[in-house]
Ligand binder design. Structure first.
Ligand code: HEC
Ligand code: HEC
Ligand code: HEC
Ligand code: HEC
Ligand code: HEC
Ligand code: HEC
Length: 450
């Protein structure tokens, strides 16, 4: 489309120049200009007509609910805790705030309602959520109230509809543009014809450019010119060396590696839309060398209650609700969970996740050193994981990549007595305020190679 329009515009300008050269003033020219103006105005009008809408409160509440409450509560069915639909009718707002923030304190203080529900659920303990603000809780409650199952479909259908609307308006724009272009084109042809007629009437003879003859073919001229041959041979050699080197250097570098996993597990849905903390699943990243892949028991903490997918769909890529729900069924098959009877059958088949990140054996990398001591965010090395529908290797994991960051990063010394002394002496030695990892010895071969 862009190429087409630039082509047309160039065509138009060329045309105007010829126009001026022949020095014939015609009203047609003005007409054409108006046409172009109108075209631009409509174009700008159409493109600026597209807007995005901001999420409403129940949607924010849904995310919070999924991340914090879904492990124990369903909307319509008893789970570990009571069904939460319509819970606002049952209690005062203030009571709900303090219950959700600190239910154990309420039970201890002997609140009658708190004691009653606690007894009813065999004195099982609900988590405390002091981190939730009243606004957050309002959002969650808005979600539990506002969205009964039929409306769930309606709410989650909204984004699909906007997608369809968008594509519809895109199509409209396309049709309008094509129409305008055809009008422009026919006008140009018409003007051209009138011009020729006028020229003919004025007795101007149009001279066709004659083709020149008897030129030596280009390649012959090239072979005769030794300097040119010399320069191009050197150019060829250099570029093949460059590409050859590039090819050799990418051997063993799997940046962008994105294998198909046995269960379509989406980080975008879990960490993005539902904001589940990385450490919930990759808990060993903080304390050990490896970050590890969570066992399926961890999944079942939530998926005992989440049997079907009701979130946003991605129709362009074929990720429908049915597709996602089917993937959850795969998880059930793997752990041997019989959802109809709500019990484990005992028949399990391990899921074989395909490993994506893999350093060679001769290199040593430790997660806890980077995550806990260095306070480096996962995203620095693994990229925007919360946006990845399918996990892939974001960084090259080459030695140059490790070293580069060690040269640039400062040590995090706050509250770290271990570094106090060594930092004082080293920063004197280098005469700097803040030491980089490299100055601490992060470039020593032995630190990364056993
Ligand atoms: C670890 C499981 C667990 C989690 C997580 C949890 N709850 Fe509960 N919740 C319970 C249990 C169990 C009860 C029943 C009372 C009891 O035994 O303490 C309950 C009771 C409630 C009640 C009272 C319901 C009634 O009908 O009386 C509300 C409201 C509630 N939870 C809201 C929440 C919200 C909001 C969240 C998320 C921010 C949440 N809960 C997270 C287990 C949990
Ligand atoms: C609900 C559990 C869960 C959460 C939360 C989660 N992950 Fe994962 N992660 C997995 C599972 C399961 C896999 C293996 C399947 C795959 O590669 O998609 C995985 C794979 C990965 C891998 C690739 C491992 C390999 O094979 O090399 C990285 C990196 C990763 N996660 C980082 C993160 C980060 C960063 C976050 C937080 C933004 C996060 N994960 C949150 C479950 C989770
Ligand atoms: C903290 C709760 C939680 C944990 C733990 C969890 N999930 Fe989920 N999962 C969810 C929520 C919430 C959804 C979205 C449900 C919705 O939007 O209707 C979901 C959706 C899914 C889906 C459908 C969408 C997709 O990602 O393809 C699959 C499959 C899935 N989970 C698999 C897993 C697996 C495998 C694990 C363990 C590695 C896991 N889940 C752990 C909460 C969790
Ligand atoms: C300094 C860069 C860096 C940071 C920060 C980092 N990782 Fe990694 N991660 C790596 C490298 C390098 C590997 C490959 C390790 C190997 O093959 O031994 C890896 C591998 C993984 C794997 C695959 C399994 C494994 O342990 O080998 C998972 C899962 C993972 N990282 C998750 C996380 C999570 C979650 C965080 C944040 C809490 C995180 N990573 C922070 C660099 C990093
Ligand atoms: C995003 C930046 C970053 C990347 C990428 C990174 N590191 Fe680091 N690394 C750090 C930081 C910050 C520290 C300092 C941690 C501390 O305070 O001890 C560190 C420390 C280390 C140390 C300990 C150094 C010492 O002096 O004790 C080793 C070993 C190490 N990294 C290995 C690696 C390897 C291997 C890779 C590549 C696979 C890598 N790092 C990639 C930031 C990074
Ligand atoms: C910060 C960590 C780190 C330090 C320090 C480090 N290396 Fe490496 N080195 C790596 C990693 C990671 C790889 C694997 C790269 C890959 O797989 O592409 C590697 C690979 C290599 C290779 C194999 C060639 C290649 O690129 O795959 C050689 C040889 C090597 N290192 C030598 C050294 C020497 C010599 C030193 C000291 C001057 C050193 N390394 C210091 C992390 C480090």
């Amino acid at each position: 489309m862009v190429i087409f329009s630039t082509y047309l515009i160039i065509f138009f300008i060329k045309f105007v120049i010829t126009f001026l050269r022949v020095k014939i003033e015609l009203n047609l020219l003005r007409l054409l200009r108006y046409n172009l103006l109108i075209f631009f105005i409509t174009f700008c009008g159409i493109t600026s007509g597209q807007e995005s809408n901001s999420p409403s409160d129940p949607l924010a509440g849904k995310k919070l609910f999924n991340a914090n409450c879904a492990a124990c509560h369903k909307l319509n069915k008893k789970a570990v805790g009571p069904a939460l639909k319509g819970v606002t009718a049952k209690y005062e707002k203030e009571w709900l705030y303090s219950w959700i923030k600190n239910s154990s304190a309420m039970i201890k203080s002997g609140d009658a309602q708190a004691l009653a529900i606690w007894e009813e659920y065999n004195k099982s303990v609900m988590n405390n959520f002091p981190q939730l603000s009243n606004q957050d809780i309002d959002n969650i409650l808005a979600y539990t109230d506002y969205v009964p199952p039929p409306t769930v479909a309606a709410v989650s259908n909204a984004p699909i509809q906007t997608i369809q609307d968008n594509s519809l308006s895109n199509q409209l724009i396309l049709v309008a543009l094509i129409l305008i272009f055809t009008i422009l084109l026919t006008m140009l042809v018409l003007v051209n014809r009138t011009l020729k007629k006028i020229a003919f009437a004025n007795g101007i003879v149009l001279v066709e450019e004659k083709k020149k003859k008897n030129i030596t073919p280009i390649w012959q001229a090239f072979v005769k010119n030794q300097f040119l041959v010399f320069v191009s041979v050197i150019f060829l050699l250099l570029s093949s060396a460059y590409f050859g080197y590039g090819y050799l250097m990418q051997i063993g570098v799997d940046q962008g590696y994105m294998p198909v996993q046995p269960i379509h597990y989406s980080h975008k849905i879990h960490s993005g839309a539902n904001q589940i903390d990385c450490n919930y699943c990759h808990s060993s990243a903080r304390v050990s060398k490896h970050s590890g892949i969570p066992s399926l028991n961890v999944c079942m903490n939530c998926h005992v209650n989440i049997a079907e997918y009701n979130g946003e769909e991605d129709l362009e890529n074929g990720y429908t609700k049915d597709f996602y729900t089917n993937e959850i069924k795969k998880l059930y098959a793997a752990v041997g969970w019989d959802d109809d009877n709500q019990r484990y059958t005992g028949q399990t088949e391990p899921v074989k996740w395909v490993r994506i990140h893999n350093l060679p054996d001769f290199a040593y990398f430790n997660h806890s050193q980077h995550v806990s001591v260095g306070k480096v965010d996962c995203q620095n090395c693994h990229g925007p994981v919360e946006e990845m529908e399918i996990m892939y290797q974001y960084s090259p994991l080459t030695m140059g990549w490790c070293i580069d960051c060690h040269r640039k990063s400062n040590l995090k010394l706050e509250d770290n007595e271990y570094y106090q002394k060594i930092h004082e002496s080293l920063s004197k030695k280098y005469g700097v305020e803040k030491l980089t990892v490299a100055q601490m010895g992060g470039l020593e071969c032995g630190k990364c190679h056993y």
